[in-house]
Ligand binder design. Structure first.
Ligand SMILES: [Zn+2]
Length: 166
């Protein structure tokens, strides 16, 4: 799995074909990956609307891993998109969700931000030239940035075992 911030969103027959704009490198061994197909992904946006995405599957010839290329409005293993998580945290537009679900999402984001900060700090120590730039005043910007950082560093699995069980 890899997250891309720059992508083309081409809609055909109601399906969003997402194609990353830049070359994509393997999160495991950092070699350039090749496109080898597409797969289906659903994501629920604001107002509860469900969108169908056709995302690229990329293949790393070096370590024989397949990785799905996800646009940065998707949160891995979550039905709701980043926009919904941010809206719930900022207490906006969450009228289609019950209080229990909203509280759970809020808790998840809080825990994930802690994990994201710790990951950013560690990556900066390992790679001093790394630029960690995001707008900390924006929940959406911070969430999208941390998801991309954690996933592309190959750390999502670690996150899962810590906090994503809920
Ligand atoms: Zn690889």
């Amino acid at each position: 799995m890899i997250i891309v911030a720059d992508f083309i969103d081409y809609v055909k027959d109601g399906i969003h074909f997402i194609t990353g704009d830049e070359e994509v490198f393997c999160p495991v061994c950092h070699q350039l990956m090749k496109k080898c197909g597409r797969c289906r992904r659903y994501v629920r946006g604001k107002y509860g609307k469900r969108d169908e995405l056709a995302v690229r599957v990329l293949y790393c010839q070096n370590c024989n891993h397949h990785h799905r290329e996800l646009p940065d409005f998707v949160v891995p293993h979550k039905h709701f998109g980043a926009e919904v998580f941010a809206a719930v945290c900022d207490a906006l537009n969450n009228y289609f969700m019950d209080d229990h679900s909203a509280a759970r999402m809020l808790r998840w984001v809080k825990e994930f931000f802690k994990f994201g900060l710790a990951t950013a700090r560690r990556l900066k120590l390992e790679h001093p030239t790394l630029v960690t730039e995001y707008n900390a005043d924006s929940t959406l910007d911070t969430l999208r940035y941390f998801v991309m950082l954690v996933v592309n560093a190959g750390e999502w699995r670690t996150t899962s075992s810590c906090i994503l069980s809920g």
